[in-house]
Design a protein around this ligand. Structure first.
Ligand code: PLP
Length: 372
């Protein structure tokens, strides 16, 4: 079998083509390519969807993190705690703003920040925790918020991989990923669960003062045009992306359902003899941005070669832990500093999961893997 894709954005587009084409056509006719009224329309739709007071669209998920940190007035040398098993963007903006990234190892089952290792890394300079909801499942937000309260820290949730995931607190309250901490950030990179047809991102908060500041920072630090009160950046979601997202947001629940069906199928049909399948934490839903398994007792790289030879695409998120990357390596960061993350970098592999997967494809993948 050929033609299996990690994500199939073309097939997904074909299903909603008339709506998307009309929306794009409207923008082409209006020519309001930047700051068109549809950008605010999308922000309101997303704020309703997430049940959060303020959504500020921006150019991408990396900018969203940067703007969030700028809005919190973090100063050079301030320490920001984050999981070491994450996409580089999370650490990159911290370093870019001359803050100090403080890496924490992750939980071997959930792949998310190990909440038991946070407290002993907190110092007088620690200002914020950045949990990442990796692969589509919420980090354990209740203890994270308790630690943040105890030490007076901000929490910035990197929700780029988990838009729509829901976290349940011990009192039964359910909240959306990205709306629990001080600020949430997300990305609309095409392959994300809610993806546009280019770059896009957004910042979420329930704090009206922060929302206002975030809006200014994303727009050159101005409230009134040509009056720059603070130093900002230029980070906009363009109108074409906003209309595309406005159409796709209506389907996000359906997309998530489809991803969960694929995951369930894998759960039931993949061999457990040499694969450790995704763990589902009880207090969070999973939106399966990735279906990531661990290869146990077998060589992960051999397994990937085998998949490639059978035309099954796969990805390794992430092959080199951040503390061993040239740009982030510091004194004391050696092989062995973050054993779980290092082990994951050798054992994880993500299989195709998207909204257009066919049963024949899943059957082929599961049967092929079973005969490895
Ligand atoms: C994709 C991603 C980002 C960055 O988003 P961009 O829109 O590509 O800048 C940040 N953090 C995580 C965890 C991501 O997966």
């Amino acid at each position: 079998m050929t033609g299996i894709k990690m994500v199939d954005l073309h097939k997904q587009y074909l299903r909603i083509k008339p709506e998307i084409d009309q929306a794009i056509e409207r923008v082409l006719t209006s020519t309001a390519f930047i700051h068109g009224p549809e950008v605010n329309e999308f922000a309101s739709s997303l704020s309703k969807f997430l049940n959060v007071d303020h959504v500020i669209p921006c150019a991408n998920g990396t900018d969203a993190l940067q703007i969030a940190m700028m809005a919190l007035d973090l100063q050079p040398g301030d320490e920001v705690v984050l999981p070491v098993h994450t996409y580089v963007a999370t650490a990159e903006v911290i370093a870019l703003l001359k803050l100090t990234p403080v890496f924490i190892d992750v939980d071997e089952d959930t792949f998310n920040i190990d909440i038991n290792q946070i407290e002993n890394k907190i110092t007088r300079r620690t200002k914020a925790i950045v949990p990442v909801h990796l692969y589509g499942q919420c980090a354990d937000m209740e203890p994270i918020m308790e630690i943040a309260d105890k030490y007076g820290l901000f929490v910035i949730e990197d929700t780029a991989q988990a838009l729509g995931a829901k976290y349940t607190f011990s009192d039964g309250t359910v909240e959306n990923a990205g709306t629990i901490g001080t600020i949430g950030t997300t990305s609309f990179f095409p392959s994300k669960n809610l993806g546009c047809y280019g770059d896009g991102g957004a910042i979420m908060t329930n704090d009206p003062t922060l929302a206002e500041k975030i809006r200014m920072i994303a727009n050159h630090g101005q409230r009134v045009k040509y009056h720059h009160d603070i130093i900002g950046v230029n980070s906009r979601l363009d109108t074409l992306q906003a209309v595309i997202l406005n159409v796709k947001l209506k389907y996000l629940d359906e997309y998530e359902k489809k991803r969960n069906e694929v995951a369930l199928y894998y759960d039931q049909h993949l061999p457990k003899s040499f694969l450790s399948l995704p763990y589902r934490a009880i207090n969070t839903t999973h939106v399966f941005h990735q279906y990531t398994v661990k290869v146990v007792n077998r060589d992960r790289n051999e397994f990937q070669k085998y998949l490639t030879s059978k035309n099954i695409p796969s990805m390794i998120y992430y092959p080199v832990p951040l503390h061993l990357q040239k740009a982030y390596r510091r004194e004391g960061f050696d092989e062995g500093s973050f054993p779980v993350t290092e082990k994951l970098s050798r054992t994880v592999i993500s299989l195709p999961v998207h909204t257009e997967m066919e049963k024949e494809e899943l059957d082929y993948i599961c049967e092929t893997i079973s005969s490895f």
